[in-house]
Design a protein around this ligand. Structure first.
Ligand SMILES: [Fe+2]
Ligand SMILES: [Fe+2]
Length: 343
């Protein structure tokens, strides 16, 4: 068994089932197969798979019900749906109920493999919280190895900034998760959410260029010191710009725009409304919420309710009003991330 990831394949069509079983085994996964939802549940009860590849249309217990039952057994278990055609309504329902991705049949194995890896990596974030914990998968394609390297570099780069800053490592993790939860709430696709998860930890990378006397000053900054401080988005952008990596390119956008405000009073470019990139508007809420609810040398941690109230009050001033509403809709999810990564 070793480090092989376990994929549970569920499909009532034997041809599809056996084809996928053989193909996934060949490229290095361990597989469990099942012709029905009921059978899948008894397999999953014995051993938690790393991922489930689930047919939507099945007699007896359909895919969505099977997924719901699987989630009762193993909350957070990643499920990719296989569907005969692009049935938007069913897919929408599947995503609402917790599916993480879908693939149109007949699945192309290379595409399926890439999706599986991305989902497993994302779920590894979900379980462990930070990107150093890249899962071990037996066979890596060259592009997977590159992706792996990117994640490692990002992780190490972010750590450099942490050494300079008073923020804890958990600030970055919480902020990344809050951003993704908010992005999901407004319907941003899984792949972009994954980019946000990996890119948002770089938002303050530019602080490496700010002198400690300013960055760590416990008192209010003077006007001159503030002029230096507000350069950190520019510095971050300089560090990250012109990358071929999608994650780093998104990191640059976030670094440059996370201090812009909806009413145009932010920095560094005083962008207004929808001129501010969406990821900048999303991460602004996540970053401020976490800063408010965290202790600083010069302030106590606010209660979550106080922070939610401030964000609501700043709707249309600091923050995008639509995003504020979405953020307030997911209070419980936000609180569970806050609890999971406290400190
Ligand atoms: Fe910042
Ligand atoms: Fe931050």
């Amino acid at each position: 068994m070793g480090n092989k990831k376990i994929i549970l394949i569920v499909d009532d069509d034997k041809t599809v089932l056996f084809f996928l079983d053989k193909a996934l085994k060949t490229i290095g996964y361990e597989t469990h197969i099942s012709l029905s939802g009921t059978d899948a549940l008894s397999i999953a009860r014995k051993q938690r798979p790393d991922l489930v590849l689930l047919d939507v249309q099945m007699p007896e217990m359909d895919g969505i019900t099977t997924m719901e039952e699987l989630h009762k057994l193993h909350p957070g278990l990643p499920v990719i749906f296989q569907t005969g055609q692009e049935d938007v309504e069913t897919l929408e329902k599947a995503f609402r109920k917790g599916a993480v991705d879908f693939i149109i049949k007949p699945a192309k194995i290379l595409e399926l493999d890439t999706r599986i890896r991305k989902v497993i990596i994302s779920s590894c974030f979900d379980q462990s919280g930070f990107s150093c914990n890249v899962p071990e998968i037996t066979i890596w394609e060259q592009n997977q190895a590159l992706l792996d390297t990117q994640l490692e570099i990002i992780c190490r780069l972010t750590k450099v900034a942490e050494y300079k800053d008073i923020d804890t490592a958990n600030h970055i993790v919480r902020m990344a998760y809050y951003s993704v939860l908010l992005a999901r709430e407004i319907g941003i696709e899984q792949r972009i959410c994954w980019l946000i998860l990996n890119a948002s930890p770089m938002h303050d990378i530019g602080k490496v260029g700010i002198p400690d006397s300013i960055l760590l000053k416990p008192d209010k900054l003077t006007d001159d010191e503030w002029k230096v401080m507000v350069r950190h988005p520019f510095i971050g952008s300089k560090i990250l710009k012109c990358s071929k990596s999608e994650i780093i390119r998104m990191g640059e956008i976030i670094a440059m725009s996370h201090h812009e405000k909806w009413d145009g009073s932010g920095y560094p470019r005083k962008l207004k409304g929808e001129d501010i990139p969406l990821v900048g508007r999303i991460t602004a809420i996540a970053d401020v919420f976490d800063a408010l609810t965290s202790m600083r040398p010069y302030k106590k941690a606010w209660s979550a309710e106080e922070a939610f109230n401030l964000i609501e009050k700043d709707r249309g001033k600091h923050f995008d009003p639509v995003l504020v509403e979405a953020f307030l809709n997911i209070k419980e999810k936000i609180l569970s991330v806050k609890e999971k990564f406290k400190g």
